[in-house]
Write a protein that binds this ligand. Structure first.
Ligand SMILES: CC(C)(COP(=O)(O)OP(=O)(O)OC[C@H]1O[C@@H](n2cnc3c(N)ncnc32)[C@H](O)[C@@H]1OP(=O)(O)O)[C@@H](O)C(=O)NCCC(=O)NCCS
Length: 131
């Protein structure tokens, strides 16, 4: 398994992967192709393997980036692939000088295992959908 930045050609496969999880993942207003990381079968030397997982890092400012569109094919879940993708996103965010990364998720326990949590003082991140 190899984790790498996505390129435009990966977008149809990424779209198809996200489409498998209509209950958990937003299907519209997806991040751009180059904001995704993908996990593909095979070793780094054999680029072009089937995409089995994806995750995007959308950088809004130096202060804030969001992890979005995390999906792992059912037959590949439970192998640590999502954790690796999140870590790739966190590394990229850090390299860009971003100091807060959020996730809006239906699986908070998964993100808590990776060190995500509520704010110290504010406690909650609230969201209002206006569009
Ligand atoms: C949630 C999801 C991304 C996890 O992918 P994965 O590759 O199986 O996750 P990992 O193997 O990296 O799991 C890491 C740890 O989190 C745990 N975990 C996995 N999914 C979890 C969940 N939904 N809730 C709580 N914990 C979870 C694992 O048991 C593992 O724990 P361990 O380290 O103690 O063994 C995957 O199940 C998925 O694609 N689900 C459908 C889409 C979705 O829900 N996306 C996330 C919404 S933001």
């Amino acid at each position: 398994m190899n984790i790498r930045r996505a390129v435009a050609e990966d977008f149809p496969a990424v779209r198809e992967l996200i489409r498998q999880f209509p209950e958990q993942l937003m299907q519209e207003h997806l991040p751009d192709a180059e904001e995704f990381f993908v996990a593909e079968e095979g070793s780094p030397a054999e680029m072009g393997g089937r995409i089995i997982a994806c995750c995007a890092l959308e950088v809004y400012s130096k202060r804030l980036a969001e992890i979005r569109s995390l999906a792992v094919l059912p037959e590949h879940q439970g192998k640590g692939i999502a954790s690796e993708l999140i870590n790739a996103c966190l590394k990229a965010a850090k390299e860009q000088g971003v100091y807060e990364v959020i996730s809006i998720t239906g699986s908070p326990a998964f993100f808590e295992k990776l060190g995500f949590g509520t704010f110290n003082k504010e406690k909650y991140a609230l969201i209002k959908i206006i569009g």
